[in-house]
Design a protein around this ligand. Structure first.
Ligand code: GZL
Length: 329
């Protein structure tokens, strides 16, 4: 008797639970996670919309989710960590099947990632990494090797000034303070140029990955430093903002001041083809398809590699001219 009664209660609870999960809309405008139609629900907490790279990354994720039949809840944190943490908490409350995000900065994630782990919701890091010591807090990290990107930028500069002995004054526009790409692109670049004392980084400041801030900081660099030979910008957008400042100061970008950037988005590649930028290190934003494949495996409980590296290359002006017609972003 007791067995029959508890089975009835249990099945009643299961039905109610499913209805709860599938019923009602939430702020993302779609059903909650664990939908009984077998569809995977992903909660994605995006950094913001600060650059051409980010816009292309968002497009790749949204298109790939649709193609993979994954129900995507998406939030834009306007580059604020507290907004990303809020979004992750809301995805936990909605019981999504998997959470993915691009951490705006490296530190401060352990508490909310532990909450996701306690709720048995797997987390995938995409684009940027966290500095958590506990790697059980996320299933995998898919993104570029930012240190290598910085090294590639440095190696081009060393080659460009091969055999020259005059001091080379470099100014650096760093990405968002505390972010993995800013930390690592600075480290990789510095590692390569430190071998030759003629390279001097005379100023280095964050432009927060935006065009507007890049222009503002470059204006200040130009006012404070009469002789600037090279600009190293951690992304195209800050480099493009700096070009506006350089031209307003009556100097020729790419000629009077050599410019190296990272990303290779269309606007950056156009400036490279025109000779206003001298070298771009590619950082691919097209992470969507691989992210969705990983999400399906992770939700099924399959083991995935802890680190998935994205393929990327570098571009000279000639190579940019050839690549531009087919450029996806
Ligand atoms: C790099 C990405 C960076 C880009 C910037 O993977 O996190 O953030 O280089 C973007 O353009 O804003």
């Amino acid at each position: 008797m007791l067995k029959r009664w508890s089975a009835a209660v249990l099945s009643g609870l299961l039905v109610l639970g499913a209805m709860g999960a599938c019923g009602g809309e939430n702020e993302a405008g779609s059903n909650g996670g664990n939908a009984d139609d077998g569809k995977i629900t992903m909660g994605f907490a995006q950094v913001g919309a600060e650059s051409g790279w980010r816009t292309a990354n968002t497009k790749s994720i949204q298109e790939a989710a649709a193609a993979a039949g994954i129900d995507l809840k998406f939030s834009d944190a306007q580059q604020k960590q507290e907004n990303q943490i809020k979004a992750i908490r809301s995805y936990i409350a909605q019981k999504v099947d998997v959470i993915a995000f691009s951490p705006v900065v490296e530190s401060g994630w352990d508490t909310v990632l532990k909450e996701a782990k306690d709720a048995k919701i797997p987390v995938i890091l995409t684009d940027r990494a966290v500095d958590s010591k506990d790697t059980s807090l996320y299933k995998t990290f898919i993104g570029s090797d930012f240190v290598l990107e910085g090294k590639k930028a440095g190696e081009w500069l060393v080659k460009e000034y091969q055999g020259k002995t005059d001091t080379v004054n470099i100014v650096e526009l760093q990405g968002t303070t505390g972010s993995a790409p800013a930390n690592d692109r600075k480290a990789g670049f510095g590692d390569v140029i430190k071998a030759d004392p003629k390279f001097k980084v005379i100023a280095s400041q964050t432009g927060d990955f935006t065009r507007a801030k890049g222009k503002e900081v470059m204006e200040a660099f130009l006012k404070a430093n009469p002789k600037i030979d090279v600009l190293y910008a951690h992304n195209d957008d800050m480099g493009l903002g700096a070009i506006e400042a350089i031209e307003a100061a009556g100097k020729k970008p790419g000629v009077d001041i050599k410019i190296i950037t990272v990303d290779a988005v269309k606007d950056g590649m156009t400036a490279l083809a025109a000779g206003k930028i001298n070298f771009i290190v590619e950082c691919s934003p097209l992470l969507g398809p691989q992210l969705m494949d990983l999400a399906k495996k992770v939700v099924k409980g399959e083991t995935v590699e802890q680190r998935v590296l994205t393929e990327e290359t570098t571009f000279t002006p000639e190579q940019a001219k050839a690549a531009l017609p087919d450029r996806k972003y």
